[in-house]
Ligand binder design. Structure first.
Ligand code: FAD
Length: 367
């Protein structure tokens, strides 16, 4: 029997696929990586335009409390000290996010945590039972004013539904701080790679056979012994148990030729329901450069259609997790295919989590 050209065919050049490719090549395996897109990096892909690194699939802020992951990624790139401090814009009124004493001070003209807690208690006093939906849950946590200005419209745009019709569980983990701390993440390490994310993937895939614009299901593939698949698991099984649901969005990117600083912050959330987009991202604030122009991106939430839309955020509710469990049972029986990453495991992985998962996967791989 003739030997296959590659020991591993890796489907997807995002973090999971690229880490596997890198580590397996170090072990002497013959690896080929394919991606249906025309670039590496998966959803973390950044593209340089006019000297600015654009986050092409939405803003990516690296954050972790895992020293091993932090050390690992720092081999490939240097990070700046970016800290995510988003701003909410409600019909031209500016508030600090996540909800913290800066938000409450602006909203109610108060200064102390005691005052803020007392107002929230008064405004949520009518929710006496366990909250039955997202609206009640939000009001219970932050009161009616914050809900009305900063949660209601934004949630309605994101989910395409009135918050009173959405489950309370979506907002259970709403970050609320009674301190003047508007750092979005609680992690020990945080930053943006200086020069963008794509260089990390170029280094991981250096010297490895890479075929872009190559779809696992449509294109001719080189012969191989095993597969590591990082695409959507429902697609792998031709949706036989039904489609898994994702939240998704589209982006429009805009060059501002004569504008050195458009909005003064990397991320501004538009929380009213009338503004069609949910956020404007100004990329140069992630990785600052002194240039007379800027690039901004508008984010629009759109309904997800499998096979047409980019699957972004898995909707890990009970109906979807039940469908996923059926696919997982099949995947566990595959002798020659392994499934990993956000889409193949249907998990809301952030970058540090997918890195940890890929490194563990490789550690436990015996063949
Ligand atoms: P992906 O990056 O999705 O890579 C999978 C690859 O497989 C893709 O390139 C795809 O084209 C390819 N593929 C799929 N099907 C096929 C096929 N049939 N044939 C060939 N190739 C195929 N994480 C953070 O830590 N911080 C953040 O701020 C953050 N912000 C985010 C914002 C958005 C809008 C999104 C969507 C995600 C964000 N994330 C963030 C999460 C981060 O993007 C993921 O953790 C990471 O990209 C997962 O890597 P992956 O390799 O699992 O998947």
């Amino acid at each position: 029997m003739t030997q296959p050209s590659f020991d591993y065919l890796i489907v997807g050049a995002g973090f999971f696929g690229s880490i596997c490719a890198h580590e397996l090549t170090k072990r002497g395996k013959r690896v080929c990586v394919i991606d249906s897109r025309n670039h590496i990096g998966g959803n973390c892909y950044t593209e340089e335009r006019n000297g600015i690194h654009l986050h092409m699939y939405g803003p990516h802020i690296f954050h972790t409390s895992n020293p091993e992951v932090w050390q690992w990624i720092n081999q490939f790139v240097a990070f700046n000290q970016f800290t995510l401090r988003p701003v909410a814009n409600y019909k031209g009124e500016i508030f600090s996010l996540p909800f913290n004493m800066w938000t409450f001070a602006k909203l109610w003209n108060i200064t102390t945590p005691q005052e803020a807690k007392a107002i929230i208690e008064t405004q949520s006093a009518h929710i006496t039972q366990e909250p039955q939906n997202l609206e009640e849950q939000a009001i219970k946590l932050v009161g009616t004013d914050v809900y009305r200005k900063l949660i209601k419209g934004y949630t309605q745009k994101q989910w395409g539904k009135d918050p009173a019709e959405l489950p309370a569980s979506i907002i259970k983990r709403l970050p609320v701080r009674f301190t003047y701390d508007n750092n979005y993440f609680n992690d020990t390490y945080q930053g943006i790679p200086i020069g963008g994310y794509t260089q990390i993937f170029s280094q991981l895939l250096k010297g490895i056979e890479l075929r872009l614009n190559t779809d696992y299901f449509k294109d001719e593939l080189p012969t191989h012994d095993r597969v590591i698949y990082t695409g959507p698991i429902d697609k792998f099984y031709d949706y036989r148990f039904g489609e898994l649901e994702y939240k998704t969005q589209t982006f429009t990117h805009e060059f501002k030729a004569q504008v050195p600083n458009y909005q003064g912050v990397a991320m501004m959330n538009f929380t009213d329901v009338e503004t069609a987009y949910t956020r404007i991202i100004e990329h140069k604030h992630f990785d600052p450069v002194d240039l007379p122009h800027t690039w901004i991106s508008y984010e629009y939430p759109v309904p997800y259609k499998a096979s047409e839309s980019e699957p972004f955020y898995p909707v890990n509710d009970t109906p979807n997790n039940t469908i996923y469990a059926k696919y997982k049972a099949l995947a566990d029986q595959e002798p020659k295919v392994s499934f990993g990453g956000r889409l193949a495991e249907y998990k809301y992985y952030d970058m540090h989590q997918v890195i940890e998962s890929a490194l563990n996967f490789i550690r436990n791989l015996t063949t």
